[in-house]
Design a protein around this ligand. Structure first.
Ligand code: NAP
Length: 392
């Protein structure tokens, strides 16, 4: 007994349904054509005891598919040689209920192993091959009960960081992600959607800052900094927030500099950035205007402070306030908590060796927000530092 079965054809309507379980259309020609030339194996009787999984004591992985009928809620994939199943393009066998193999009526016909969603909770940290992001991943690997994805724009740097954590006995997973590249964001989005059916924790940590001594023209610094810190973070949120599952947690790593930069804005700009009704489009317009104003060298006259990093982090903090408001309006019952935070002044490549905090200390507040317990109803839509809500 290999643990593989080929179920007899179902009526057409049922067939169609089976082929789109959980929204994953299974190409008809692949699995039907492959099946055509093979006589169906006899279905196991519901009363017959379950055969041993392939390979005797083969490792078994549990999955749950949200849209399956309750009796099929617990699925156990049987058959260790998944690669063999994959290459053969054959149906996977599912064991349901009390140790009995069943044809699963109209629910599980022909689901490919790769198409079955994992029910394991999943966390993603952007820009986590070094610095505070790496420390956040390390903490999540220790404290988060689920898969933790270390992401990096450069796969080599990312894999190196994964190896480093593996040496410490931790097991992060890796996915490439460049927040400046919409295609890269969409690939991650599709991967999460397909493999996990969503996302439980998102930490938007990736960021850049020009050194004070950098002689790059201010207008260029403004454009480059805003591109990653504000527009990149916003693009991630646009693509991944709809995937956040109920009780999910989102942390946007901003900075205390956003507060000091806000103080450096004109009264008119401060009013806009503190507004409880500012929209995401209006914020994008303001961030775009800042970049344009620097190109015309009129940014100070227009009420902007002389810090591109500061303005980009104003953008991240205000974006977080807007997103939290949107969650309140559109997904109130989902208990998602979203906040901006400052990690403090941390010894990293960005802030230099003189900063007082280690990356591990810098990770504390972001991790605290990422792991807010499921019965917490706040903080939400706040700017948090040292695990304390600050006035915006
Ligand atoms: P860091 O050591 O320079 O690390 C920044 C991380 O972001 C790196 O992994 C970098 O990847 C990644 N990154 C940059 N651009 C990216 C992109 N387009 N796509 C994906 N990843 C990208 O800085 P850090 O100090 O850890 O900073 C982490 C966050 O904390 C930033 O948002 C920063 O603004 C914020 N923060 C830091 C401090 C501080 O004192 N350090 C204070 C307040 C706030 P590469 O290795 O490929 O460059």
């Amino acid at each position: 007994m290999t643990g593989e079965y080929h179920f007899p054809p179902a009526p057409d309507s049922l067939q169609r349904e089976r082929e789109s379980i959980d929204g994953h259309a299974i190409p008809r020609k692949t699995h039907l054509a492959k099946r055509k030339n093979k006589p169906p194996l006899p279905l196991p009787s519901p009363t017959r005891p379950a055969p041993a999984a392939a390979g005797g004591g083969a490792a078994r992985r549990h999955f749950r598919c949200a849209r399956l009928p309750p009796r099929c809620a617990q699925l156990l994939l049987v058959g260790r040689p998944f690669p063999a199943l994959r290459s053969a393009g054959r149906c996977v066998v599912l064991e349901v209920g009390r140790g009995e193999l069943q044809p699963y009526g109209d629910c599980c016909f022909g689901i490919h192993p790769e198409k079955i969603m994992s029910n394991v909770p999943v966390a993603v940290v952007t820009g986590s091959n070094k610095g505070i992001g790496l420390a956040i991943v390390r903490d999540l690997c220790k404290q988060f009960k689920g898969d933790v994805y270390l992401t990096a724009r450069d796969p080599a740097r990312g894999q190196e960081a994964v190896a480093k954590l593996q040496e410490e006995g931790l097991h992060p997973l890796f996915h490439q992600l460049d927040i400046d590249d919409l295609q890269s964001i969409k690939v991650l989005r599709d991967f999460l959607k397909e493999k996990y059916g969503g996302l439980n924790v998102l930490v938007n940590n990736a960021g850049i800052a020009f050194k004070v001594s950098d002689r790059t023209p201010f207008a260029v610094q403004a454009e480059v900094t805003l591109k990653t810190n504000f527009f990149g973070t916003r693009n991630i949120c646009t693509e991944l927030l709809p995937l956040i599952k109920p009780y999910g947690r989102v942390v946007n790593v901003s900075s205390m500099v956003s507060i000091s930069a806000l103080g450096g804005c004109s009264q008119e700009l401060q009013k806009k950035f503190r507004s409880d009704t500012i929209t995401e489009d209006e914020l994008v317009e303001l961030m775009t205007k800042f970049v344009e104003d620097t190109k015309k060298s009129v940014h100070e006259k227009e009420g902007w402070p002389n810090t591109a990093y500061g303005v980009s982090k104003i953008g991240v903090t205000v974006l977080s306030r807007i997103q939290a408001r949107m969650l309140n309006e559109k997904r109130k019952g989902d208990h998602i908590l979203l906040n901006a935070c400052c990690p403090g002044w941390v010894r990293t490549d960005m802030a230099g060796p003189k900063a007082p905090k280690s990356p591990e200390e810098g990770a504390e507040t972001p991790v605290y927000l990422a792991l807010l317990p499921s019965d917490a109803d706040g903080p939400h839509g706040q700017f948090v530092s040292e695990k304390t809500v600050r006035t915006w």
